[in-house]
Design a protein around this ligand. Structure first.
Ligand SMILES: C[S@@+](CC[C@H](N)C(=O)[O-])C[C@H]1O[C@@H](n2cnc3c(N)ncnc32)[C@H](O)[C@@H]1O
Length: 316
């Protein structure tokens, strides 16, 4: 994303504290197979190099730690590393809500489109129907999702606080939703999630999957508002918010694009929980629901946002 790139470049130029250290370590938390990670790592490293050059200091050696869950396809990542890269790469497999790297070793931490994934679906939202019904039950489920995101972000920041050098910078890109949007005319990524829930309920109504399975299943992520993210980040004792920008979603997906994107993310999860034979039908239902919602007729109605937060590790 060009806008996020410009923010990161500017923050490195103006806020990064550099030293005569001969190594500089960047870590990407939730890198997936690298497609989006490689350009981001390039941006960060080129900006840091520029900062060293303009300060007349010797450029350090660069290291990138690529982190994702242990089941991530690191083989694909390593076989597609850019051949002209100016860094050494290592994989760090594991949950980023726990400690992964040596103390005071990371100079720049990055995480894009990963932190909205929750470590677990909270108890009060465990039954898909409870989120779908209106009223108090729905509000309780929403609150439970938000509290889970808060707990998860807190543990992420606690671990990074140990791993990062004092004065180190962190860039977090989190997909989210605005405070308000008009569901008659506009939509967000959250609207698609609602339609996935509705498709699963329709599958149960048709007898294609059991209600019992929906009593112990819900979507394990929360798309926060910028206000929610700021409130959580402000509680950190270890990081200051240097800057927070709200970017518009620039992907402009049509209905098929939304279905493909959400299918890629949910296919394995739905196969494991509901059986491979239910997946095509669930996503056919989703497609029909998107096609019959007036807001989805125009990708320009998308009000999804990207929250870009730049944090600085406090000096103690
Ligand atoms: C939507 S992808 C984003 C990939 C890439 N960062 C990007 O911007 O396109 C989310 C990634 O976060 C990873 N992820 C989610 N939770 C994680 C966790 N607790 N620890 C490590 N990686 C995690 C997932 O495995 C997935 O590869």
């Amino acid at each position: 994303m060009e806008a996020a790139k410009a923010i990161i470049e500017e923050e490195i130029t103006t806020k990064l504290e550099i030293s005569t250290n001969n190594s500089f370590c960047v870590a990407d938390f939730g890198c997936s197979t690298g497609n989006n990670s490689f350009p981001a790592m390039h941006t960060i490293i080129e900006s840091v190099k520029g900062k060293y050059e303009s300060s007349g200091l010797k450029t350090p050696e660069f290291y990138v730690w690529f982190n994702d869950v242990i089941s991530n396809d690191f083989n694909t990542l390593f076989s597609s590393l850019p051949p002209d890269r100016s860094y050494k790469a290592a994989a760090v497999a594991g949950d980023f809500h726990g400690r992964l790297l040596p103390p005071s070793s990371v100079h720049f931490a990055y995480s894009s489109c990963s932190l909205h994934w929750l470590t677990e679906v909270p108890k009060a939202a465990e039954c898909l129907m409870s989120v779908w019904h209106g009223g108090e039950e729905r509000e309780d489920a929403y609150d439970a999702y938000l509290r889970q995101l808060e707990r998860d972000l807190e543990s992420f920041l606690k671990c990074r606080a140990v791993e990062m050098v004092e004065g180190g910078l962190m860039a977090l890109l989190i997909p989210g939703v605005p405070e308000f949007w008009d569901p008659q005319k506009e939509y967000t990524v959250g609207s698609v999630v609602e339609l996935i829930r509705s498709s699963l309920l329709d599958m149960a109504k048709k007898g294609r999957l059991s209600y019992a399975k929906l009593e112990t299943f819900n979507i394990p992520y929360h798309f926060p508002t910028p206000k929610e993210v700021r409130a959580i980040l402000e509680k950190s004792n270890s990081f200051n918010i240097e800057r927070m920008d709200i970017l518009k979603n620039g992907t402009f997906l049509n209905v098929d694009g939304h279905v493909a994107c959400f299918r890629a993310v949910h296919q394995n999860m739905f196969t494991l929980k509901f059986g491979a034979e239910t997946v095509d039908e669930t996503f056919d239902l989703l497609k029909k629901k998107l096609q019959s919602s007036p807001a989805f007729t125009n990708p320009l109605n998308d009000r999804t946002v990207f929250i870009v937060a730049i944090l600085k590790h406090k000096h103690v």
